[in-house]
Design a protein around this ligand. Structure first.
Ligand SMILES: Cc1ncc(C[n+]2csc(CCOP(=O)(O)OP(=O)(O)O)c2C)c(N)n1
Length: 195
């Protein structure tokens, strides 16, 4: 399964949700489908995309938050799994694209490469209840739809090939993306107050 294909499958569903991605290949593949003001591509800070997602989810309980993460990033900050289990953001979906690789910086093997480290099992061990693993696009699509229908925190490990975009380049600086993302949230909040 390819991450780019998974993103294509869920892209229409991301229209009205706040989306936070890790940097690199995942961000580029989402951007290539068409940037939206509700997308925030977190640069550099590996392992912290879900922390931003958690903050958004707790602050904006009416919004749905989707975090697009990587195995290398999650493994760099494992305590976040316990934090997510404990604070259980009902309006958040955390997707880990597990390609067994630190793809965006040259494709070094991550701890999941050998099949030894199981992120879904680790999430369950951390106390997360709704954990799914998807190995094909159909399973992935179903797991995502289940998660959106469920009013509870959901965690999906999508097993994908270590394949990235052909080239990198986004016409959107981190600061500009952050300001625009914040403005999008503010405008949505104001609309909500008017309704
Ligand atoms: C703390 C930290 N260490 C190293 C880097 C350099 N770096 C950027 S992306 C990346 C690989 C991310 O791997 P993963 O989360 O599995 O996503 P993939 O690139 O495989 O899609 C690395 C090592 C970083 N940004 N931050």
């Amino acid at each position: 399964m390819e991450r780019a294909k998974c993103l294509e499958v869920i892209y229409p569903e991301l229209k009205d949700k706040l989306v936070v991605t890790i940097m690199g290949a995942c961000a580029q593949e989402l951007y290539n489908l068409g940037h939206r003001e509700n997308f925030f591509y977190l640069q550099h800070a590996m392992g912290l995309a879900s922390s931003i997602g958690l903050g958004l989810a707790k602050h904006l309980p009416k919004e749905k938050i989707v975090v697009l993460d990587g195995d290398g990033s999650v493994l760099m900050n494992l305590g976040t799994l316990s934090t997510l289990a404990r604070y259980r953001p009902k309006n958040m979906l955390h997707i880990i694209f597990d390609n067994g690789s630190l793809l965006s910086t040259g494709g070094f093997a991550s701890h999941t490469t050998s099949g030894l480290t199981d992120l879904a099992m680790m999430a369950r061990g951390a106390g997360i209840e709704h954990v799914a693993t998807a190995v094909n696009p159909l399973q992935f699509g179903e797991a995502v739809l289940d998660a959106f229908e469920r009013d509870d925190f959901s965690f999906i490990v999508a097993k994908v090939q270590a394949i990235g975009p052909d080239k990198f380049g986004m016409d959107l600086h981190l600061a500009e993306n952050a300001f625009r993302f914040r403005r999008y949230i503010q405008e949505k909040k104001q609309q909500g107050l008017k309704e």
